[in-house]
Design a protein around this ligand. Structure first.
Ligand code: PA5
Length: 434
């Protein structure tokens, strides 16, 4: 559930009004909703349709993990951005079966070398995830991994796994040449919207996370998030709240779960919101709200001072897990802890921070999940993807492209000498001199 009372003017004078929310609802009624729906239907916003693709791939993913990876102990995700972050969210949220997942995203030689030296490679599988099949960091890490496996005479078909576009890209050529097991990412699905499929499910299944429940949660969200009525459509509601705050000058959107298990969700959201919405809109205006990942209670001893007394340029979303697994009693010699638990302390701190912010006339909202289950996380991920494209509609930007990210990739390809990117190399030199 979403409690947004501390975002509303009736409770916090700097907040938004019911009328402002109704305006958003009307805007959607008068055309935006239809436009958004047609983009869902034609596959521009592919993550809804792709849930059925994920459902179809589920048995093959489970089968591969159960049979081909039965004696593996380590799983390394080799991918960056949308081809990596969702895996960390799922891995951190659930304890699973104790098998380990590692990550190679950046091309940090020290980290790569030490990881490859320290892992028992005979019991390690590397999932090379790249939608485009050409991202330089991922291919560089792949090369080093492959060379190491070859040096140790380990069979590539057993220790490598590809997750990529079904037709395009370098990995497809390699798959055909070397017979590497390959899972596919639907062609129309962008990286940051792809976690609920092969991209996120292979590592999760390896760790014993219930990927069926993740998918069921997302499917339920897809069914539920329909219509222009607020607060009924929670995805639209989130987008409306965030952007009405943005219009009041709140350029920063802080995601602050009171659970370490959800901290990477904030990093995933940070990518989703920034890369999807930080754009030049249809009128040539530069728009976007800066997302920030924060962690309760840890950041109460750090960022919260700024949230309280610094500029009123932030909207803060707290996430409360009502029933934490494995809660611990705090009975002992400290009187005020009598009858308390650790999770109780977390949630008391959350409410205390909410009220301190209210006292300073600062706006917040609270997402509540009963427990941190796979179903709930699948639901939450879908909810945020939906809110992101709805916000894209409101801002008049294309939330599923990323020309700014592509520009940097293309300059890199040009500088590295890829023949088809030589014009980018010349542009780079020209910019350097101008
Ligand atoms: O969301 C996105 O599109 C990006 O963050 C990509 O996921 C990232 O750049 C990696 O791209 P690829 O999967 O093609 O290697």
């Amino acid at each position: 559930s979403i409690d947004y009372s501390l975002s509303m003017q009736e409770n916090v004078p700097t907040g938004i009004t019911p009328d402002e929310l109704q305006q958003v609802s009307r805007q959607f009624e008068q055309g935006l909703y239809q436009q958004m729906e047609s983009r869902f239907k034609d596959g521009t916003y592919a993550f809804r349709q792709c849930l059925s693709d994920a459902r179809e791939q589920l048995p093959a993913i489970k089968d591969y993990v159960a049979h081909q990876l039965a004696d593996m102990q380590n799983f390394v995700v080799v991918g960056i951005g949308g081809s990596n972050l969702g895996n960390i969210v799922l891995d951190t949220a659930f304890a699973g079966n104790g098998r380990k997942i590692y990550y190679l995203d950046n091309v940090e030689p020290h980290k790569v070398k030490h990881l490859l030296q320290n892992l028992d490679l005979k019991r390690t599988v590397f999932n090379i995830i790249t939608k485009s099949g050409s991202t330089s960091e991922t291919l560089a890490n792949y090369l080093v991994v492959r060379r190491t496996l070859e040096e140790q005479r380990l069979p590539l078909q057993r220790h490598l796994l590809f997750t990529t576009d079904p037709k395009k890209g370098y990995l497809q050529q390699l798959r055909q040449r070397d017979g590497i097991p390959t899972f596919t990412i639907p062609p129309q699905l962008g990286g940051r919207f792809s976690v609920l499929g092969a991209v996120g499910f292979l590592s999760s299944a390896f760790k014993g996370i219930d990927i069926n429940q993740l998918l069921l949660g997302a499917e339920s969200a897809a069914q539920e998030l329909q219509g222009t009525e607020l607060p009924r459509n929670k995805g639209l509601l989130l987008a409306a709240i965030y952007l009405q705050h943005y219009r009041k000058g709140r350029n920063i959107n802080v995601f602050m779960p009171y659970s370490d298990r959800l901290y990477p969700f904030g990093l995933w959201f940070r990518q989703l919101w920034a890369e999807s919405l930080g754009k030049i809109d249809q009128h040539g205006q530069k728009v976007g709200q800066t997302p920030e990942a924060s962690l309760g209670t840890v950041d109460q001893h750090s960022q919260v001072q700024l949230y309280m007394e610094g500029p009123d340029d932030k909207v803060i979303t707290f996430v409360k897990v009502c029933h934490h697994d494995d809660d611990i009693a705090l009975d002992g010699e400290i009187d005020y802890f009598q009858g308390q638990t650790m999770a109780g302390l977390l949630n008391t701190q959350l409410h205390a921070t909410e009220m301190s912010l209210k006292k300073q006339k600062r706006c917040s909202l609270r997402l509540e999940v009963d427990t941190l289950s796979e179903w709930n996380l699948g639901y939450l991920m879908y909810l945020y993807m939906y809110a992101t494209v709805a916000a894209g509609e409101m801002l008049g930007v294309n939330p599923v492209d990323q020309p700014g990210v592509e520009e940097g990739k293309q300059f890199t390809y040009g500088l590295l000498g890829r023949p088809e990117y030589q014009d980018k190399k010349h542009e780079y030199r020209h910019l350097q001199q101008s």
